[in-house]
Design a protein around this ligand. Structure first.
Ligand code: PXP
Length: 241
């Protein structure tokens, strides 16, 4: 069985910092703490409007961290240039809309196929491992395979929202399960992210083909009350890392 991984997303440390334009809390301090607690990687979403992580954060993280960076980015040539300059170990390509509060859905792989192909080719050439943030749809997984990516990251937002609000989540959960099985069968690594809490993580861990979880908002939120090291320890315990 493949080893499980935890990507700690520190975007919202930057959100708090940016709310007052101060230097604290410093995302790098959070990343170093996460590293010390055994996080597998640090995930950051450098949004086009730079609403949380900024370019200088990415530079500092790259200089100081020993564990890999997973850079989430929109499929644009401007972001590609940033990625090629920074050279993170991993890039996760995500859709981006200016007005959204958070990443609302997976990529439209079919519509953006040509653009994705060109961007992924350039990332792969520089040995940057690429994942695509998609909905749990078999047709998108087939296209992801054609695009030569290393992994897919399944958008767990819909499932987590239903689960956390005690609504019927069976259909969404089964879609995630089927998608994970299929992706694994055709040789893609399966990651999961968005909206994950302790309880929804327990449930997602029943899908054993998921090997990486990227968790941000809840993890940083609970750290306010329980401290980042304790929260990371608890998450690691759930995923048996
Ligand atoms: N994975 C991807 C691809 C994302 O875009 C996000 C949100 O930036 C996350 C994981 C983390 O989601 P959350 O902050 O809800 O845990």
């Amino acid at each position: 069985m493949k080893k499980k991984r935890l990507g700690v997303n520190i975007d919202h440390v930057a959100t708090i910092r940016n709310a007052r334009g101060e230097k604290y809390p410093d995302p790098l301090t959070a990343a170093l703490l996460a590293q010390k607690e055994g996080a597998s990687s640090i995930t950051v979403h450098l949004r086009e409007d730079r609403r949380h992580i900024k370019d200088f954060d990415l530079k500092k993280l790259k200089e100081k961290l020993k564990i890999p960076i997973n850079l989430e980015m929109a499929p644009t040539y401007s972001m590609l240039r940033t990625a090629l300059r920074c050279k993170p170990k991993y890039v996760c390509i995500v859709p981006e809309k200016r007005q959204e509060i958070t990443t609302e859905g997976g990529l439209n792989v079919n519509k953006n196929f040509k653009l994705l192909k060109s961007i992924i080719k350039k990332l792969n050439k520089r040995k940057i491992s690429v994942s695509l943030f998609i909905e749990p749809k078999i047709s998108d997984i087939k296209l992801a395979k054609l695009l030569n990516v290393n992994a897919i990251e399944l958008h767990t937002g819909k499932f987590c929202n239903l689960f956390n609000n005690k609504k019927n989540y069976n259909k969404e959960f089964n879609n995630l399960k089927k998608a994970s099985l299929y992706a694994d069968k055709i040789g893609l690594n399966v990651h999961a992210g968005h909206g994950i809490t302790y309880e929804s993580l327990y449930k997602l861990c029943k899908i054993n083909k998921i090997t990486e979880y990227n968790i941000g908002h809840f993890l940083i939120s609970d750290s306010i009350f329980n401290g980042l090291p304790n929260v990371i320890r608890k998450v690691k315990k759930i995923i048996k890392l």
